[in-house]
Design a protein around this ligand. Structure first.
Ligand code: ZN
Length: 128
């Protein structure tokens, strides 16, 4: 998967540093790293690569809670137990109809990756 810029967020910082969101005093995205100030700790830097890994790890985890229920050509219907909705992954275009995919696209990610797409990739790999 391509390395791409994943915008730093308080939630991601909390997961990466193992701290509470409420304790994050401030963060600034610099050129290749994010400068973070957490209450009771020394100021620190988090690499953008760490944010990308966190982004994928979170969706890889989420892929376990969704399942491929139908497929036709390049279209896969993926059922989410959480929202009880079916999202359509188009492997030809590389898109999904879920809000997460749309959100990432709007944030400017070149290749948005959601848990449904990861689940479909796993499904195809298993079927091959
Ligand atoms: Zn999706």
């Amino acid at each position: 998967m391509m390395l791409q810029f994943v915008r730093p967020s308080k939630a991601a910082i909390a997961r990466i540093l193992g701290c509470r969101i409420a304790d994050i005093r401030r963060f600034e995205a610099w050129k290749h790293v994010c400068f973070v100030v957490v209450a009771g700790r020394r100021p620190t830097l988090i690499s953008f690569k760490a944010f990308q890994q966190d982004h994928l790890a979170l969706r890889l985890q989420g892929a376990a809670s969704v399942e491929v229920i139908e497929s036709q050509d390049n279209h896969f219907g993926v059922f989410s137990h959480k929202t009880e909705k079916i999202y359509i992954v188009d492997t030809h275009v590389g898109s999904c109809t879920c809000p997460d995919w749309e959100f990432q696209l709007q944030k400017g990610l070149e290749t948005p990756t959601c848990k449904h797409m990861i689940r479909v990739a796993q499904y195809i790999e298993c079927a091959a």
